[in-house]
Design a protein around this ligand. Structure first.
Ligand code: SIN
Length: 517
């Protein structure tokens, strides 16, 4: 069964295979994992190991991961740098052929990888399989882009018969990929594939909540035949965050891709470019609005808003966390969103019947509790807003809706939990103004059957990914080759989306070549 982020119900075979894979992986978790420099395992003996636990049950050990330090990074970059010329000289078609094998391996390991996501990221069946299938599509799409553009070497105008001129896109060198916890496969594997196809070599640093996924990604590329000097895996723990500047300021890195919070992204962006200009691709959060107007189909609106607000427990960068509803439709829309909220099945990600699993850590539960308490203190109605004690030992937060003023703190700060703030507004223009009123600009949704409103929305909304009348997700669920995914304003620095037409080019710089006979 093909799964995308628009798939609502798994078939029996999918559920059976997922359950089998989850059961099998249970017996294999909890082991010790080295990191890899130039294909050699290192145990980081001087720095020790970090233990990672599962969000669905904190007694459950995902693994112990050796910690890499500055000397390991020096070695990884030295090796990646030494190999860069050879990799750059490899014909682009050969690089594409090698990376294309990764997609085939992902497909072959579909359930094994989904099981990793269930344990490590707390993803229930459809979210987990969806991310795995997204990886296949990302790699296929980037390979197809490279082929369609013939390696990005394009003949230009000829000023005379004796001259031939070309525009050639060339790789930069050693590229760092810093992954997030919420899409630990797709948002490491995708950027690595892009960097390698275009001729860069790579150092991967997965999220401390995504170490096992990072290992799985590394293995995929190694098993596909990518030379060990072209990709290095360093696990660097959270506790060293304050000291982590040594990673992203390293002079030997030529470019960097980061997905995560605005604060961390900006710190990297500044640090990385402080000494000299270097390309950075940062995807940094959102506070994504949905607008519901007088002319909305409320069935679509309620379904789409609930799915984007609560899907993956509100931990997609694209989650819908603000809804602005025209006053005359407010009560009806609220009632429908609450019905959708009530019917959501929250449970262990290992159970194929669960629709929503845990949040990633205790701090995320605390953020939801604090937001709910704040709204209650303001005297506004809150539906939900508690920690769920069942299943026990996990980080489960109740999907929550709060009726709030549009300027409340919870309507401005990114919470990364299943928390939706909803406000009544007097006009479509006011809703648009509120939607654009924050520094973020990742995704946005509109529900209106009025062509003039739709036109105004698409022209005026300040967001990189927008949806109109989508029941499958008001603001979330982008798919490679369909919805390029990248933010505007504080949500992203490049204005070019992953899985889109303009993504690969960011990993290369232009060289203008003129040959005279
Ligand atoms: C994300 O939010 O990071 C994934 C893409 C999406 O849901 O649109």
């Amino acid at each position: 069964m093909k799964v995308t982020y628009e798939t609502f119900t798994p078939d029996d075979a999918l559920a059976r295979e997922f359950t089998r894979a989850v059961g099998q992986l249970a017996g294999e978790l909890g082991g010790e994992h080295p990191f890899y420099v130039n294909g050699c395992a290192r145990d980081g003996d001087r720095l020790g190991v970090e233990l990672e636990t599962a969000p669905h049950d904190e007694r459950f050990v995902v693994g112990h991961f050796a910690q890499a330090g500055p000397a390991d990074l020096d070695d990884a970059i030295e090796s990646a740098h030494a190999f860069f010329a050879e990799w750059d000289d490899t014909p682009w078609s050969e690089r594409v052929e090698l990376v294309a094998r990764v997609a085939k391996l992902v497909a072959a390991r579909r359930f094994e990888l989904a099981a990793i996501l269930a344990y490590e990221a707390g993803k229930p069946l459809l979210e987990a399989i969806g991310e795995v299938d997204e990886c296949v599509e990302l790699v296929d799409y980037y390979c197809a882009q490279m082929r369609a553009n013939e390696g990005f070497s394009i003949p230009m105008g000829a000023p005379s018969e004796r001259e031939r001129a070309y525009s050639v896109l060339r790789p930069y060198g050693v590229w760092a990929v810093i992954g997030p916890f919420n899409f630990p496969l797709a948002l490491t594997l995708g950027p690595i594939a892009a960097a390698l196809i275009t001729g860069n070599t790579v150092v991967l640093k997965p999220s401390p909540h995504g170490y096992l996924s990072g290992h799985a990604v590394y293995r995929l590329f190694m098993d596909a035949g990518i030379p060990a000097a072209a990709l290095h895996l360093l696990t660097i723990p959270e506790q060293r965050l304050g000291e982590r500047d040594w990673f992203y300021t390293h002079a030997g890195l030529a470019g960097l891709t980061f997905t995560g919070s605005y604060e961390t992204g900006m710190r990297m962006y500044r640090g990385f470019t402080a000494a000299r200009p270097r390309p950075v691709i940062c995807e940094m959060g959102g506070k994504n609005p949905a607008i519901v107007t007088t002319y909305a189909d409320l069935d679509k609106a309620a379904a789409g808003i609930a799915r984007s607000a609560f899907g993956y427990a509100g931990q997609r960068c694209s989650a819908c966390s603000r809804a602005f509803v025209l006053r005359e439709r407010y009560d009806e829309l609220l009632a429908r969103v609450l019905r959708a909220r009530d019917s959501v099945v929250v449970g262990s990600p290992l159970d194929p019947a669960s629709e929503i699993g845990p949040v990633i850590e205790r701090a995320a539960v605390d953020r939801l509790l604090a937001a709910a308490a704040e709204c209650r203190a303001l005297g506004t109605p809150v539906y939900g807003g508690i920690q769920l004690r069942e299943p026990a030992h996990g980080h489960y937060a109740e999907p929550t809706v709060a009726e709030v003023a549009p300027d409340a703190r919870v309507m401005r700060d990114e919470l990364f939990t299943p928390f939706l703030g909803i406000s009544a507004v007097e006009s479509f223009d006011h809703a648009l103004e509120l939607a654009n009123g924050l520094s973020y600009g990742l995704t946005a949704g509109l529900y209106s059957e009025n062509p003039a409103e739709i036109e105004r929305f698409v022209q005026r909304i300040e967001a990189g990914v927008i949806y109109v009348n989508r029941a499958a997700g008001a603001t979330s669920g982008a798919w490679p080759g369909v919805q390029p995914f990248g933010g505007w304003k504080a949500s992203g620095n490049t204005g070019r989306g992953g899985g889109g037409l303009h993504y690969l080019q960011q990993y290369m710089r232009e060289q203008s070549r003129t040959f005279v006979r």
